[in-house]
Design a protein around this ligand. Structure first.
Ligand SMILES: NC(=O)C1=CN([C@@H]2O[C@H](COP(=O)(O)OP(=O)(O)OC[C@H]3O[C@@H](n4cnc5c(N)ncnc54)[C@H](OP(=O)(O)O)[C@@H]3O)[C@@H](O)[C@H]2O)C=CC1
Ligand SMILES: O=C(O)C1=N[C@H](C(=O)O)C[C@H](O)C1
Length: 263
């Protein structure tokens, strides 16, 4: 049995994780942390089958009061680093889905996580998105002109998405560096998007969207488009469950679900 605390339990993703814990036999909800509805029972708030926990607003204090094996964090880019530190200091394992974690942040986590801490950070838990990233990495061996277009709901705080950043990092591993780049004239700043590892990323935010990404490759007389769509947030839950179950098998910090499955 895994005793789980969900951090960001009332958010769009947090609610799905709480429901996942509620319906999974070897998971038990022992804590629900968020900033609203403090003192209320999450069972009533989310109309759960069996899971029950008083909503609290201090992750550190909560970990002192309950016997937790793992925390699952889907909060905000502003608070996630503090949460990871708090959980590591409490000697509890953590699965992090919150995005906005930079390479420098990742290095900081590796510094403060000691040999007993198990940390899984994944910018995307949807298996289709992992495959889209893997296929993009493969395609970059053959086509070295590529741009990323990511589209998300208008409630998303960070841009570009964590998935787009991770995709660019993976593509870059296989991309042949280009010489004599054309000097472009950008008449409107940002028109060509942002750049990560030399790859342009375009971020769209609109109501009605959930999470979507296209990786567009171009070559002589041809294009290749790799597209993934999460049409609801349940799409991420098998990946979250996999990560929680893999915590026992890993050492230290793992970044990306691709490192937990055989591709
Ligand atoms: N890795 C993946 O597969 C996925 C990652 N994400 C990422 O997960 C994160 C959350 O996304 P989403 O659920 O859509 O966002 P939401 O804004 O819906 O949820 C975030 C929740 O965290 C709460 N919160 C804010 N501060 C704290 C705090 N200090 N302690 C506890 N809870 C806090 C928020 O409260 P309030 O709103 O009142 O401020 C809110 O309820 C984002 O970074 C997103 O990019 C999303 C989908 C998939
Ligand atoms: O905020 C979201 O919704 C999502 N965030 C993650 C990201 O930034 O890549 C994963 C997914 O795209 C949904």
């Amino acid at each position: 049995m895994k005793n789980i605390v969900v951090s960001g339990a009332l958010g769009k993703m947090g609610q799905e994780v709480v429901k996942l814990v509620d319906r999974t036999d070897n998971f038990k909800l022992v804590g629900a942390v968020d900033v609203a509805k403090v003192g209320e029972d999450i069972k009533e708030v989310l109309n759960l089958e069996q899971a029950s926990a008083e909503i609290t607003n201090d992750l550190g204090e909560t970990l002192e009061q309950v016997e937790a094996d793992a925390v699952v964090d889907f909060t905000t880019p502003q608070v996630v680093m503090g949460n990871i530190k708090t959980v590591c200091e409490a000697g509890v394992d953590i699965v992090v889905g919150t995005t906005g974690i930079t390479e420098a942040d990742l290095n900081k986590v590796k510094e403060f996580a000691d040999e007993n801490n198990k940390v899984i950070i994944a910018p995307n838990f949807a298996i289709g998105a992992i495959l889209m990233m893997e296929f993009s990495k493969k395609a970059a061996k053959f086509l070295d002109d590529v741009e990323i277009i990511e589209q998300h709901h208008d409630g998303k705080l960070d841009a570009p998405s964590g998935t787009a950043i991770k995709t660019a990092e993976l593509i870059q591993e296989n991309l042949t560096p280009k010489e004599d780049e054309r000097e472009e004239i950008e008449k409107l700043e940002g028109a060509r998007g942002a750049e990560q590892d030399g790859i342009n990323i375009h971020s769209v935010r609109l109501p009605g969207l959930v999470a979507h990404q296209e990786v567009l490759f171009g070559g002589e007389g041809q294009t290749l488009k790799l597209r993934h769509d999460s049409i609801n947030r349940r799409s991420f839950m098998p990946g979250v469950a996999l990560a929680i179950n893999k915590l026992d098998e890993i050492d230290g910090v793992v970044y990306g679900l691709d490192n937990l499955i055989e591709l």
